[in-house]
Design a protein around this ligand. Structure first.
Ligand code: PMP
Length: 360
């Protein structure tokens, strides 16, 4: 029998086994069309049913109000670092919270076309906390405030959304979308790369308030214009059809789990188990202070590079994969997205316990 693998990668991340099985079962003949889903016309009935089902499932699961459009966008989250200022920076100035490498990259991209007010930053502390955002400090003319709700690399997460007054809040939600309940009406726009809680990489999802879509300038290339994509129901060009199909299956899986509220409960349980162990461990420790800890990405270390390396080797040999921390942080990182089971987390804890005994 092959060894059961648990994939703790930060992304592309583990997806539910039942989704892979469904993909496998219908790969050669999608619902008696005699064709693979990959070769279906994006304008034909079978595919339009897939994309509209994915969209309405996402709307229901996230309680997305009617005045928001859902877009399936070709390209990853990084693309929106460039597109957000292009589409929404009417005054050519926006505020950004710098809470990690991805926020920083978003800032660098925005700076190419607009003025950026870095409203707050934890860069000098290697991004190990979420700094406060003071509403009064947001520059009056700011077209929006950009945040990253969960910082994948450092394992930090906002516990409360910043109070932004009338400034539209735009969030990169790549690594915690659908993992916990968010009040979508608090946002002007949410975007997320698919490869953590949604599906395969190379696809991103945008949720945009309709009044903001009115702001998208007509003189930017059509493919980069959110309004064009919204007006064409994400079929302005040939979208990544296979990725959208897998995304629909992941959303169906989530619905069967009981939706976001139910998965949030499980995610809390997984995080509590893991942090609970780390806080009482003899050798291992979590690197992020309690108030800022992410429920999705859990970085930890032994404090000794050689031991960290040895642990990663042992974990790999035991089927616990991709636990190496990001190169800018070191140590280990366990990404415990929606599709990671409690069983996987328990196996990781058991291995750490064992490792501590051997390395006393
Ligand atoms: N934002 C966040 C929070 C991320 O975690 C990532 C990727 N891990 C990105 C943006 C970049 O996503 P992509 O590679 O899809 O462009």
């Amino acid at each position: 029998m092959t060894q059961q693998i648990y994939n703790f990668s930060a992304g592309p991340a583990t997806l539910p086994l039942s989704v892979f099985q469904k993909v496998q079962n219908e790969l050669l003949n999608y619902q008696n069309t005699g064709m693979s889903v990959m070769e279906l016309s994006h304008r034909g009935t079978a595919f339009t049913e897939i994309i509209s089902a994915a969209s309405s499932l996402l709307r229901k699961l996230m309680h997305i109000p009617d005045n928001y459009k859902i877009l399936f966008y070709p390209g990853g989250a990084s693309m929106h670092f460039a597109l957000v200022p292009m589409n929404f920076a009417t005054n050519k100035i926006a505020a950004y919270a710098d809470t990690g490498l991805w926020s920083y990259k978003a800032i660098q991209e925005a700076k190419k076309s607009i003025q950026v007010q870095t409203i707050t930053s934890s860069r000098e502390n290697n991004y190990n906390y979420i700094p406060q955002i003071v509403k009064e400090n947001i520059i009056d003319k700011a077209d929006y405030l950009h945040i990253t709700t969960n910082n994948t690399i450092y394992g930090t997460q906002y516990k409360e959304l910043p109070n932004v007054g009338n400034t539209p809040l735009i969030a990169d939600m790549s690594s915690d979308i659908l993992s916990k309940e968010y009040d979508v009406s608090k946002f002007g726009m949410i975007y997320a790369g698919a490869q953590k809680n949604l599906g395969p990489s190379g696809l991103s999802i945008c949720i945009i308030r309709e009044d903001l879509l009115e702001l998208c300038p007509v003189n930017i290339p059509s493919i980069f214009n959110y309004r064009t994509i919204a007006e064409n129901q994400s079929l302005y060009n040939t979208p990544p059809t296979f990725a959208i199909y897998v995304c629909k299956l992941v959303l169906e899986w989530l619905k069967v789990q009981g939706g976001v509220q139910a998965i949030e409960k499980i995610n809390k349980e997984k995080a509590a188990l893991l942090y609970g162990f780390l806080d009482n461990a003899a050798l291992f420790k979590a690197t992020i202070p309690l108030p800022f800890r992410s429920m999705m990405n859990v970085p930890f270390t032994t404090g000794n590079e050689k031991l960290d390396e040895l642990f990663i080797q042992e974990a790999t040999a035991n089927g616990l994969m991709q636990l190496k921390g990001h190169r800018t942080v070191g140590g280990m990182r366990a990404s415990i997205y929606n599709a990671m089971s409690i069983d996987g987390v328990k196996k990781l804890i058991a291995l750490m316990q064992n490792f501590e005994m051997q390395n006393k």
